[in-house]
Write a protein that binds this ligand. Sequence first.
Ligand SMILES: Nc1ncnc2c1ncn2[C@@H]1O[C@H](COP(=O)(O)OP(=O)(O)O)[C@@H](O)[C@H]1O
Ligand SMILES: [Mg+2]
Length: 306
Amino acid sequence: MPRKISFLNYKGGVGKTSLIVNTAACLAQRGKRVLLFDFDTQSNASIWLMRLDRWNKLNADGSGALYSIFEPGRARVKDLIVRDVLESKTGEKLLPGLDLVPTTFNLVDLESEYRNDDGRPAYLLFQEQLAEVEDDYDFILFDCPPNILRASQCGVFGSHEIFVPANPDALSLIGFTLLVEKLHKFQALSAGFREASMGPAAQVKGIVMNAIKTGTDIEVPRMRMQLRLNQFKSARRVAPTARIFDAQVRDAMVVRRAVALGLPVNLVAQDAQAGDTDNVLGDYRRVADELIQFSDTPHTLQPATR
Ligand SMILES: Nc1ncnc2c1ncn2[C@@H]1O[C@H](COP(=O)(O)OP(=O)(O)O)[C@@H](O)[C@H]1O
Ligand SMILES: [Mg+2]
């Protein structure tokens, strides 16, 4: 059974996409088999990993993107996987083990035009298809928009764990608070559809601080976040073992440059070659390693019975 993880915060621009893409790439470099789903209609992760020319073709044609599993004559998730998505301009595979199910702008129709024919919610349809491919992976990651509307619900319902990217500011704290409230409501609404074979509902397991500028006093924002986390633990709204990651990601130009280059930070050559780990690539690697170790820490989730 793979680890199934959503990265979510009700605040936009906190670094959900950059954190999930760079962490996924570090996991793949560690030899893990990783599948990333892009559930954000803005398609940032897809455009980044496929580069604009490949993604443009997908967007023009529509089929091959995530929304097609919800359309008449439906595709299946297994047909949408772009294997070893990272390629050079000449088609050479750059990072084996990192697969993507891409999205295009038509995913927005899931929120309005989509009508389920048999009364079942979209996330249930997605869950069934996910089950067909999940045994091929160690990690399945869901990049979500800053809400728990239908697209995000697919990721959340399919996950066992939620990690919350946050910046050291008040808005991230508000976004986290809102997320926990909305998540609680969604879990209550969707509980009736959860079968034993799906495993337990997702819980917030951790917070990852992102885009920390040099010279910022991070202790106060971390402490505020910790206090809020403790309140949610007391109220049983997050996992009893939930914690702020020791690893945190600094603000660095190369993160924005990597997006423009269509590469994760670990493939941007000059940084990847540096033996020095006191840089943003070292930060992403520490986040990936801490994520891997989470599976070894005791938690209350019961193993799935499928
Ligand atoms: N550690 C970082 N250092 C510098 N820029 C960052 C960092 N993390 C994210 N960014 C930039 O911040 C912006 C928002 O990040 P993104 O990952 O798209 O956030 P979200 O998915 O939460 O909306 C992007 O331009 C991204 O390149
Ligand atoms: Mg994003």
